[in-house]
Design a binder for this molecule. Structure first.
Ligand code: FEO
Length: 396
């Protein structure tokens, strides 16, 4: 059992650390596990639980509440309907039948759909509505699309704690209540942002604006350690969501017989000679999360592919689909690679990333092994990238 911990008087962490989970949504790698953070707030008149935990770990939450001697819960605040935070809700409502679920109207409907929670269990709240627990007051702040449409944040006014749901979180199993190793949490939070939040970057800009005047001592997200230095994570998010690009080229590739790899090796060398930072990923064994992190600041992606049945390699198609879905702030793209008798890989890959509205730079496809003219074309592509990055004002 995780030892329950106090953030401020009568505000306790009661969540669960999942040290062993290695995959989220059967897609997202979790190299460092995760946690499902739940918090108990005991006001002088009412008691509230902020979120629950993933269903397989609900016993940890129940044990933590039992250990604290909690006989009564008046409100369960559902900041987010996704099951890693709501999965334990039906059990909690069985143990505490008097509890009412406090949620946005959208979240209420989703919880009714996802978990069959009866409608009479809910109290819906408006944006900026407050709820008194006696000597403690909760304020509910709608923050849609971080990262579902129903999400809200809960602000505990007297203690200046912002319960931020997935926003500002990190998939990190840690015994630390608060961020202790900033470098480690920065990497985990950036991975989390890249995989979960980046598609909603422009909406997050608005949500950051909405909370900028809140006085916050602690940010308590629903995954990973809490932030008792909120500026650390707020500044990181400002960096990630706003539009500054870096002089970075991401090169994800697959090479079946070595020709595409020769091109990638040459091209990466050409970029390095030109002082461009390169993040290269052999997709046959790449950590997709690291690829996502690299896309947070990069200005350009150059996809390297072998040809399978006149199309791009299926693993490259999968990665390109992810790049498109993550909606990074990329500005430029190209495709390089090799084919045996014919290829429509360029049209195919450009079609997959069409919603990103990237400028497609010159592409380099060669028949068989790369020849002198192919290497010259790769040099030309590297020159073009340097020029485009300068024009776009990319930072080093
Ligand atoms: Fe951690 Fe969107 O759930």
């Amino acid at each position: 059992m995780v030892k329950s911990k106090e953030l401020k008087p009568d505000v306790c962490y009661v969540g669960a650390i999942d040290w062993n989970r290695r995959l989220f949504d059967e897609l997202v790698p979790l190299p460092d596990g995760t946690s499902y953070n739940s918090y108990l707030i005991k006001g002088s008149e009412k008691t509230a639980l902020i979120d629950t935990v993933d269903l397989p770990m609900v016993d940890v939450l129940i044990n933590n509440l039992t250990r604290l001697g909690i006989k009564n819960v008046d409100y369960v605040i559902a900041n987010h309907a996704e099951q890693d935070h709501s999965g334990g809700l039906p059990q909690i409502l069985k143990i505490y039948p008097e509890a009412r679920v406090v949620a946005t109207p959208k979240c209420k409907n989703m919880l009714m759909d996802l978990l069959a929670i009866p409608e009479d269990k809910f109290v819906t709240v408006k944006d900026r509505e407050t709820l008194s627990l006696g000597n403690k007051t909760l304020e509910f702040i709608y923050a849609p699309w971080v990262h579902w449409p129903e999400t809200m944040l809960t602000y505990l006014k007297e203690d200046k704690i912002l319960f931020s749901c997935d926003l500002f979180g990190s998939h990190l199993a840690s015994s630390d209540l608060y961020v202790r190793d900033e470098a480690m949490v920065y990497e985990a939070a950036k991975r989390y942002y890249a995989e979960i939040m980046m598609p909603f970057r422009t909406i997050i800009q608005k949500n950051l604006e909405k909370i900028k005047d809140l006085k916050v001592d602690i940010i308590a997200p629903s995954h990973g350690p809490m932030h008792n230095n909120p500026e650390f994570i707020l500044n990181a998010y400002k960096h990630w969501v706003f539009d500054k690009l870096k002089n970075i080229v991401v090169v994800p590739y697959v090479s079946m017989h070595g020709s595409t790899k020769k091109m990638v090796d040459y091209f990466v060398g050409a970029l390095i000679e030109r002082d461009v930072t390169v993040k290269q990923f052999n997709l046959t064994n790449a950590d997709i999360g690291k690829l996502a992190i690299s896309l947070v600041d990069a200005a350009t992606v150059v996809i390297g592919t072998s040809t399978v049945l006149t199309g791009a390699h299926p693993v490259v198609i999968y990665a390109t689909y992810l790049v498109n879905a993550l909606r990074p702030k990329l500005k430029f793209a190209s495709v390089i690679g090799s084919y045996g008798w014919g290829s429509r890989a360029i049209e195919q890959l450009a079609g997959i990333i069409s919603s990103l509205k990237l400028e497609i730079l010159d592409t380099v496809l060669c028949k068989g092994v790369p020849k002198d003219e192919d290497f010259k074309s790769l040099d030309k592509l590297a020159d073009s990238i340097v020029k485009k990055h300068k024009e776009a004002g990319c930072e080093s």
